[in-house]
Design a protein around this ligand. Structure first.
Ligand SMILES: *Cc1c(COP(=O)(O)O)cnc(C)c1O
Length: 381
């Protein structure tokens, strides 16, 4: 029966084989601490890869967003504009700061923040005389697809508001030939277990601003002043990455391009196999400016045309021990964020209603991939 079938995951950790060498080094040198050679090396590797000058390796992507907001001076009563179509980790740190998220809906081409809605939202705050309260804009590159950065940066610059790129799902994706994470004033990455590469848990803050990254390291190590004793003049956090985990990160960064290539191949195979099915559609790269790492392949199911729903597919796949997940439920529809403002056009809600993430891990065998495809086709009959 199906229960003894091995589970096919959405995205599971995929080790390169180089990780244990760096972990062993950490043990040999006794750098079992939230600093050390693996951390330094990983930071440099990420900076070189993404084309930014400075990187701080941290305990999570969420911690990276939190530090970015603190350093941008986000305080109680301030506003931070953020993509509504995302994982809650993007916006939770806004609330940690006592500030108010303002949710911006998506455009249809990339599913990311709609630059026109962003402009409307900022114009609204300006008209009301409260534009000074808007401290930052967090733009997410969902499922690895680059947001419309040209347009978004134009609007942000017009109102002089700093941009945080949430590239947690988008390491290895490019916009106009440049790696994501290099467009915002700062950017964040995540190395959680299900991301394109992992340190089991971890994240990073990226910026060309050296002072910003220096300050983030200071805050991430309990804000200890430069004094012979333990002295503190600000509130600190324990957000640095362990040197052992950074060893995993080094082994993973060695294969990032291979991982992107494999995820893009998986996406292509799904597309080819459902190309002729009316009512099943994929998110395509709008033009040659956009290069997605295809972290997760997502499908939209038009139930009028296919006669089946997202839930029908999900149920059938689950019976075969195949993991799927509905698209992220937009933040403006989440009970916990109900009371905050939102600028909405219906796009993310309608995507959420009919969208499904399919198994996309770079360690998935072709046999597993074609089994997923076959199972979906069996529901479509
Ligand atoms: C995973 C993720 C994060 C948070 O990263 P963690 O390392 O899990 O804290 C933030 N934003 C998005 C869009 C994510 O997918």
């Amino acid at each position: 029966m199906t229960f003894n079938k091995k589970r096919i995951y959405l995205s599971s950790p995929h080790m390169s084989g180089h990780e244990q060498k760096y972990i062993a080094e950490a043990f040999e040198q006794n750098w079992i601490a939230p600093l050390g050679p693996n951390v330094d090396n990983l930071e440099k590797t990420i900076a070189d890869y993404c084309g930014v000058r400075h990187v701080a390796a941290l305990s999570s992507g969420t911690a990276a967003i939190h530090l970015a907001l603190i350093l941008m001076g986000v305080k109680p009563g301030d506003e931070v504009f953020a993509s509504s179509f995302t994982f809650s980790a993007t916006v939770n740190p806004i609330v940690y700061q006592g500030a108010n998220p303002v949710f911006i809906d998506s455009e249809k081409e990339t599913w990311n923040m709609d630059p026109e809605l962003l402009e409307n939202a900022l114009a609204d705050r300006k008209r009301k005389g409260v534009i000074d309260r808007v401290k930052a804009i967090i733009v997410v590159h969902l499922y690895g697809m680059p947001a419309k950065m040209n347009e978004i940066l134009d609007v942000a610059n017009k109102y002089n508001i700093p941009v945080i790129e949430d590239a947690a799902e988008a390491l290895g994706s490019k916009y106009k030939g440049k790696l994501l994470g290099s467009f915002g004033n700062v950017a964040i990455l995540s190395f959680n277990g299900n991301k394109i590469i992992t340190t089991s848990g971890g994240g990073a803050l990226l910026s060309n601003d050296e002072e910003f990254i220096k300050k983030s390291r200071f805050l991430a190590t309990q804000a200890r002043d430069n004094a012979p004793h333990y002295q503190h003049s600000s509130i600190g956090y324990n957000y640095r990455m362990s040197n052992v985990l950074a060893g995993i990160g080094r082994g993973q960064m060695a294969v990032i391009d291979e991982r992107v290539k494999k995820r893009r191949e998986i996406f292509k195979i799904y597309c080819e196999n459902f190309m002729d099915v009316e009512g099943i559609s994929f998110l395509s790269e709008p033009d040659e400016k956009y290069f997605s790492n295809r972290w997760l392949t997502t499908i939209l199911i038009d139930s009028l045309k296919t006669g089946i729903t997202r839930e029908d597919i999900q149920k059938e796949l689950e019976k075969e021990n195949i993991e799927t997940r509905p698209l992220w439920k937009p933040m403006h529809l989440q009970p916990v964020f109900e009371k905050y403002s939102a600028f909405v056009n219906g796009v993310s809600e309608s995507l959420f209603d009919v969208g499904l993430c399919l198994p996309s891990g770079s360690n998935m065998s072709n046999e597993d991939l074609f089994f997923v495809i076959k199972t979906i086709k069996s529901v479509l009959k």
